[in-house]
Design a protein around this ligand. Structure first.
Ligand code: ZN
Length: 246
């Protein structure tokens, strides 16, 4: 996954952008680090510098965010701290504002904004980010990045990670693994403008790290995020329809 996303020319563009236009903001976040762990950016600031890059962010957000964060974390700040910052963008153009009931397949993988009322929040839970498995044949530690709800296990004992290269059974080691705080939030569209009798629709949103724990049921929110699909499950069957989540 990481290898597919990495793009040196994108990293270069964002390094330049952060150095030239955001040095002061990054220094400010650095001063408050680790209480503050995000650089928050207005979409139109990117648009003003390079309209094409701003549009690429809307169309291909996973790739752009990945490389922008790579760049962000190489920026030298006056404060001598080892930092791992998130890059978060808000105030998206009107074209990206989608009503929950209007979300369609065409919006999958796009950077969009939905507005609504918070109906439910789960407790904050630690979620696996980098899972470390121990090969039961050779004892090697194999790391697998986790980006979904369902645990991804190694397909084999990867030689490039010092493993034996064989297919094997693996045991997850929680103490060697890396976790991130995570929370699931259910957003309901506002009932205004609904046709008589129509039920308002909902969407589940996963938030993580520094933005967890800040919202409560009843809050009105705008969520800026990427629409992804989650395969529906019934017992042990995988269904071909997908739930919409962000
Ligand atoms: Zn092995």
């Amino acid at each position: 996954m990481v290898y597919l996303l990495k793009d040196e020319s994108l990293v270069g563009w964002w390094e330049n952008f952060f150095m030239e236009y955001c040095k002061a903001e990054i220094e400010n976040v650095a001063l408050e680090y680790p209480q503050q762990r995000s650089l928050l950016m207005d979409y139109w600031k990117i648009d003003k510098v390079d309209q094409e890059m701003a549009e690429t962010l809307l169309m291909n957000p996973f790739k752009v965010f990945f490389n922008a964060e790579e760049a962000l974390n190489t920026i030298d700040v006056a404060i001598d701290k080892e930092m791992k910052l998130h890059f978060r963008v808000h105030n998206l153009p009107e074209t990206q504002r989608i009503l929950i009931r209007k979300l369609r397949a065409e919006h999958l993988g796009r950077f969009i904004a939905v507005e609504g009322l918070v109906k439910k929040v789960t407790e904050v839970r630690p979620k696996l980010k980098k899972a470390v498995f121990i090969c039961q044949k050779c004892g090697a530690h194999i790391t697998v990045e986790q980006d979904e709800d369902i645990l991804k296990e190694p397909l084999e004992c990867y030689e490039e990670q010092g493993g034996c290269g064989r297919s094997s059974t693996f045991k997850l080691s929680p103490s060697l693994s890396e976790f991130i705080d995570s929370q699931k939030v259910e957003i309901q569209e506002s009932p205004e403008g609904l046709r008589g009798g129509a039920q308002p629709e909902r969407i589940s949103v996963y938030i993580d790290d520094d933005i967890v724990g800040n919202i409560a049921p009843g809050d009105r929110v705008i969520v800026n995020g990427v629409l992804v699909s989650q395969q529906r499950r019934r017992g042990s069957y995988r269904l071909t329809s997908f739930d919409k989540i962000m």
